[in-house]
Design a protein around this ligand. Sequence first.
Ligand SMILES: NC(=O)c1ccc[n+]([C@@H]2O[C@H](COP(=O)([O-])OP(=O)(O)OC[C@H]3O[C@@H](n4cnc5c(N)ncnc54)[C@H](O)[C@@H]3O)[C@@H](O)[C@H]2O)c1
Length: 301
Amino acid sequence: VAGEIRFDGRVAIVTGAGRGLGREYALGLARRGAKVVVNDFGAARDGVGHSNEVADAVVAEIEAFGGEAMGHGTSVTDEAGVADMVAKARAKWGKVDILIANAGVLRDKSFAKMTIEDFRFVVETHLMGTAICAKAVWDGMREANYGRIVVTTSSSGLYGNFGQANYGSAKLGLAGLMQTLKLEGAKHDIRVNAIAPVAATRMTEDIFPPEIFDKFQPREVAPGVMYLVSDEAPTGAILSAGAGVFALSRIVETQGANLGADATPEQVRDAWAKVIDPSGEVQPNTGLEQSQKILALLVKG
Ligand SMILES: NC(=O)c1ccc[n+]([C@@H]2O[C@H](COP(=O)([O-])OP(=O)(O)OC[C@H]3O[C@@H](n4cnc5c(N)ncnc54)[C@H](O)[C@@H]3O)[C@@H](O)[C@H]2O)c1
């Protein structure tokens, strides 16, 4: 059994850390020795409004047990604000080793009733907000040959959820960002993973049935995220975590049917059972592996 997971000497940024899941990640990192930037814009659930109070309150909690933290109230979508946050972390602590991109908003409506403005706002916050934060720490991690990044995906993106077309699109986009950053970061020991959490927060209070709400505490997700940003972290994992249960979500491809260069729509229809047959399905680690799998099938004839 390996030793205790510690973050002494590590510097972490956790976005959206003023409440809910992000707060638990910030507390967990600080308890295990990390210096933590507690970022939170302090917005309402739909992203409206701004206050530094929630971030400052978590900083005070960390300082109360002797940990080190600083607050930053930028929106993750504000490039200049994010640059300022990273600059302040580097000025005070010299570097950024860990980024947990967790900030998020909801504007749920069925697609029929959803405005494009609400679609764009949600994608902007989750997907662009994470890309902006990852970009701001990326060069420093490459130079240091060390980095740990966790992006926050969701079952809504991976599997779908009624009323969350905007949110689900952004969330699966984040899994896509992770899939390429895991490849581009590998040479520099930058490991990138995604968390698909399930937790009772203000985000889920009207989505979960009340009788199961209490079973999913945000603190029960944190151990999975702590492992994903630790020295021994895997890379390229989509970790599903809730109520103390940890599982892997995978994107797989079936072996498929080789219908030849002149395949017709009717042949695709008639071969559907073989197209979707899960026996021998694979989990490509890169896009290229999909092409290689197809070529291997052609060689087999
Ligand atoms: N709770 C769940 O079951 C669940 C499930 C799947 C995914 N998630 C994701 O986990 C993350 C955390 O969610 P939560 O449930 O703790 O929600 P939450 O609302 O309690 O916390 C989100 C925090 O992000 C902050 N925030 C919002 N917009 C911001 C911005 N532009 N810049 C900086 N901070 C901003 C908010 O002020 C808030 O404190 C989100 O990305 C969410 O989509 C949560």
